[in-house]
Ligand binder design. Structure first.
Ligand code: BGC
Ligand code: CA
Length: 295
């Protein structure tokens, strides 16, 4: 596969592929189909069909854990052991009994093993969602007044936390203290409007050089920003709705890209046959090993 060319890794018909996460230890890529509540696991060196587990509710994002995974499902955060029953770690405070509330969405662990995870307003419009942090069993609200929490990532030196409320079309960064888990005052770091970029910032991954790779949902491309927030590369994707990226593979140089079909009508699906699949692109840079959940 030549560097920079995007091809299909696993042909799928997902509604909302999301949250790819690579385990160096297991040489396994995990990802979710949020809308169908599916969790996928796949070893590219082994190839073949990925395994698919049904969670029975929507699942916003995944994180690595000692044994298995942690999943931010719609109603709460679950530990999914490799063998055994899911264990509930925290309830989603925005999820009502009737199941009509705001579900969990994008998230990832920091280097200290805390899980940072946001919610998405059920109408995808009102500022009723938030970013939360699960730290040693306690879930606290850290950034309120969000509509669609996305793009959570950290700089390699751990000094910055990146986050976006997708509909704002801006990515913010917050001074971050990994020892205490505290955030300073946020500032606009990237403004898609100013850069004349289409779509909204969705999920992201940071590489070893500290650059931030962002999937532009409804923008049909992956963009790479320098630590200074400058646009340094643009990679068109063969579908309008890439959702998130993750570095993986034995050398951490393959960028895996999840995609969605949820906003495509029949014509759109016919025009973009790779929408809903897991895509991949070889890159000239190396990713960072994803920290796991520490309880
Ligand atoms: C959400 C989708 C949303 C997309 C673009 C994703 O993180 O799960 O529901 O459409 O972001 O904002
Ligand atoms: Ca997302």
């Amino acid at each position: 596969m030549p560097e920079g060319s995007i091809e299909v890794a696993v042909k799928l018909d997902m509604s909302l592929g999301e949250s790819p996460v690579w385990s160096v230890e297991r040489q396994t890529l995990y990802w979710a189909d949020i809308n169908n509540g599916h969790v996928y696991a796949w070893q590219p060196q082994v190839g073949g069909t990925p395994t698919r587990t049904e969670l029975g509710e929507k699942v916003g994002c995944l994180a690595l854990a000692d044994s298995g995974l942690v999943a931010a499902a719609a109603s709460g955060i679950l530990r999914l052991p490799e063998n055994g029953e899911p264990e509930r770690l925290a309830d989603n405070p925005e999820w009502q009994q009737a199941g009509q509330g705001n579900r969990f969405n994008d998230g990832r662990c920091d280097a200290a093993g805390r899980l940072w995870v946001g919610t998405i307003a059920s109408d995808e419009a009102s500022p009723t969602a938030a970013l939360y942090c699960l730290d040693r069993g306690e879930l606290t609200r850290r950034l309120p007044n969000v509509r669609i929490s996305n793009g959570l990532a950290f700089s390699p030196d751990r000094r910055w936390l990146y986050h976006t409320d997708s509909l704002s079309r801006r990515i913010l960064r917050y001074p971050f203290d990994v020892d205490s888990g505290t955030l300073g005052e946020g500032e606009t770091w990237v403004d898609l409007e100013r850069l004349e970029l289409p779509g909204v910032p969705d999920g992201a991954a940071v590489d070893r050089e500290g650059c931030y790779w962002s999937a532009l949902y409804d923008g049909g491309r992956i963009v790479r920003f320098s630590p200074a927030g400058e646009l340094v590369a643009e990679h068109p994707v063969p579908c309008p709705h890439p959702t998130m990226v993750a570095f993986g593979g034995p050398d951490l140089r393959t960028l895996y890209i999840t995609t969605a079909t949820q906003h495509l009508a029949a014509e759109g699906k016919a025009r973009w046959p790779l929408a809903g699949s897991l895509l991949q692109m070889r890159t000239g840079v190396t990713g960072l090993a994803e920290p796991g959940f520490g309880g």
